[in-house]
Design a protein around this ligand. Structure first.
Ligand code: SAM
Ligand code: SF4
Length: 344
């Protein structure tokens, strides 16, 4: 069988095509595993973080991102941990913005918890960031404190306003949590839509030990959607992102609402993405442990030949799909690594 010619194949560029003929055009990079919050579904209260020597330097991050862009990656999302906690983060963004100027990269974006956003929003916009995702699970200060184990919502709300003032298009990401924010999700959607922001609801994924019982937190979005349908008219929208979110238009608010359902809906067949963790490990699937060490490769040689070889090897073994299970008897998470290491 021959490899399909894709829109990303450009003269002189070898596209990243995996063994199932999916073309990888989207890279998510975790720039740090550290964070100023400790969300109950993401981290344990007593997280140990990687030693500094294990983290990719800013130069190495730039080199790896640039190698992927040279191979046809068109969308780059920086994440973490909390990306805005990484020292020198703006220098990284400034450097990478050269790929926006050359139009090799279509979009440079980030996912943030918003606590530091008020300080950074204007510069992010200056360096070509157009859209960002801000994670916010509730509008209630007490519930926010509980979910984040001590966080203050004020800074996040200020950050969102600063981002909007800077002209950034903000999308809200919300993890649906049984008994915790389940009942207030509709308020959060109305609030987002009143500000012209899209919002995506996410099912909890079993990644890493968080010191909490996953089966208590998990609420299927099919259930949430049924609740919404009692109050709103949801009109399915055609899939435009190629990603795992399925979108609807809420007729009453006019806004877009997304559902990310890794556990109840398998979105792997259209997967166009890979992830690099903050220690330079390339993960071909969020829900699988298959990995390739890129840190050793970038440190071994100044030429990108080895790096390209490693990336090509990874493409050949990108798995067909994930195997997320929240197992009531086997309480351990399916995947041992935390989302903050791999990047959400
Ligand atoms: N700190 C930033 C933030 O919170 O937006 C970026 C990193 S965070 C790991 C990225 C996204 O992953 C967030 O929207 C967060 O809610 C989500 N997330 C973290 N752990 C998760 C889990 N176990 N299941 C589902 N989503 C999770
Ligand atoms: Fe930090 Fe984001 Fe994880 Fe919350 S979800 S602990 S903000 S990395």
């Amino acid at each position: 069988m021959s490899v399909p010619i894709s829109a990303v194949d450009q003269p002189g560029k070898r596209a990243l095509v995996d063994g199932f003929f999916r073309v990888v055009t989207y890279l998510r990079v975790s720039v740090t595993d550290r964070c100023d919050l400790r969300c109950v579904y993401c981290m344990s209260p007593s997280m140990t973080f990687l030693p500094k020597k294990d983290l990719l330097t800013l130069e190495e991050l730039d080199r790896i991102c640039s190698a992927f862009i040279a191979r046809g990656v068109r969308k780059l999302r920086l994440t973490g941990g909390e990306p805005l906690m990484r020292r020198g983060f703006l220098d990284l963004v400034r450097g990478l913005s050269r790929h926006l100027k050359s139009e090799d990269l279509q979009e440079l974006t980030l996912t943030t918890n918003g606590t530091q956003l008020a300080r950074y929003a204007a510069d992010l916009a200056k360096f070509g960031v157009r859209r960002i995702n801000v994670s916010l699970d509730t509008l209630d200060p007490g519930t926010f404190r509980g979910i984040t184990r001590g966080g203050d919502i004020t800074g996040v709300l200020e950050g969102i306003e600063a981002a909007r003032d800077a002209g950034l298009n903000v999308k809200i990401n919300t993890v649906a949590l049984r008994d915790i924010n389940e009942a207030s999700l509709q308020d959060l959607v109305e609030w987002s839509h009143a500000k012209g922001m899209d919002i995506t609801l996410i099912e909890t994924m079993p990644l890493g030990d968080t010191g909490e019982d996953r089966t208590d937190q998990y609420v299927p979005l099919s259930e949430v959607r049924s609740q919404f349908e009692k109050r709103y008219t949801l009109v399915d929208l055609p899939d435009s992102t190629g990603g795992p979110a399925r979108y609807v238009r809420v007729s009453e608010t006019g806004g877009r609402l997304g559902f990310i359902t890794p556990l109840t809906h398998n979105f792997c067949e259209a997967c166009n993405r890979v992830r690099v963790s903050c220690d330079g490990t390339l993960f071909m699937c969020l829900g699988k442990d298959d990995r390739v060490d890129l840190r050793q490769t970038v440190r071994a040689s100044l030429s990108d030949a080895l790096l390209n070889e490693a990336i090509d090897g990874a493409m050949r073994v990108k798995p067909r799909g994930h195997e997320f299970v929240i197992d009531r008897r086997r309480q351990s998470p399916t995947i041992g690594r935390h989302m903050s290491v791999t990047g959400g």
